[in-house]
Design a protein. Structure first.
Length: 273
């Protein structure tokens, strides 16, 4: 790892530096500095030999986060965010975007990577009028997440549930859908689901090769889904235009430089009736 200056907020399990981790690989792809050599080697192998353009996916997915949070903050007046699968902090984290719209916004971050915990203080740099908290937990334990989140968020008020790049780690479709439904069921009408995950549609050959690496145990477990499978996460909710699309094409404010090329991560924003 290139930055070891931070001290843990709450010590947790020992960090495994011998196998690649999704959050650290993504941090490298985003131009961050919080990764180990194994993560860099994995990212470079994917980029150079398996999936050219994977860095574009990471960058477009991050840009989608900013546009989606800004939309629900400005257009829907959402002031509470439950961000599960946070990943390592970079520029324009959820609280940065939300609190620029309204400094009183409250954000709870959730991740199960011990390295994210080490750097959690960067995620907790809240505006004094708002609040941020960090939970070390797994999306597979939604009740624990909701119980802890309720210490910072008023879950009787509309809240944005954010699942960005995390549900692919739940490889069973029905379990993934059930977990999402469980979390949304705990939130009131007027709450939003912001979801993004990897697909196998834009570059199917490269996606198949990446999936083979997962099967061989060379990279972390991650299921690439079709756009139709990703759309199922929004069952029972009202999708905001343009619906489920590539992250590069959701909420793009100007096409003066042309329509962005699609990338293999699809997303959507939907409101609970």
């Amino acid at each position: 790892m290139t930055d070891e200056s931070a001290s843990p907020r709450r010590p947790s399990a020992e960090i495994d530096t011998t196998t690649p981790h999704q959050a650290r690989v993504w941090n490298f792809l985003l131009g961050g500095k919080d990764y180990y050599q194994v993560d860099r080697a994995t990212a470079e192998h994917l980029e150079q030999h398996v999936y050219p353009g994977i860095k574009d996916i990471a960058l477009h997915a991050r840009a989608f986060l900013g546009r989606a949070v800004r939309y629900v903050a400005e257009e829907a007046g959402i002031r509470q965010y439950l961000d599960i699968g946070t990943g390592l902090p970079t520029a324009d984290n959820t609280h940065d975007v939300a609190q620029r719209v309204d400094p009183t916004s409250r954000i709870v971050y959730v991740d199960n990577d011990p390295l994210v915990l080490v750097h959690a203080q960067a995620l907790l740099a809240s505006h004094p009028d708002g609040a941020c908290d960090y939970i070390e937990a797994d999306v597979r334990d939604p009740d624990a997440i909701l119980t802890h989140a309720a210490r910072t968020l008023d879950l009787s008020r509309p809240t944005a549930l954010m699942l960005l790049g995390v549900m692919g780690t739940i490889t069973d479709n029905e379990q993934a859908y059930a977990l999402t439904k469980h979390l949304m069921a705990a939130l009131p009408s007027g709450s939003y689901l912001i979801l993004e995950d990897g697909t196998n549609t834009v570059k199917p050959k490269e996606a198949a090769e990446a999936a083979q690496l997962v099967e061989e145990g060379q990279v972390y477990d991650y299921r690439l889904r079709t756009p139709e499978e990703i759309t199922r996460f929004f069952d029972g909710l009202r999708l905001i235009d343009p619906g489920v699309v590539s992250v590069s094409r959701w909420g793009v404010e100007s096409e003066v430089f042309g329509v962005p090329e699609m990338v293999d991560a699809y997303c959507g924003v939907a409101v609970k009736p």
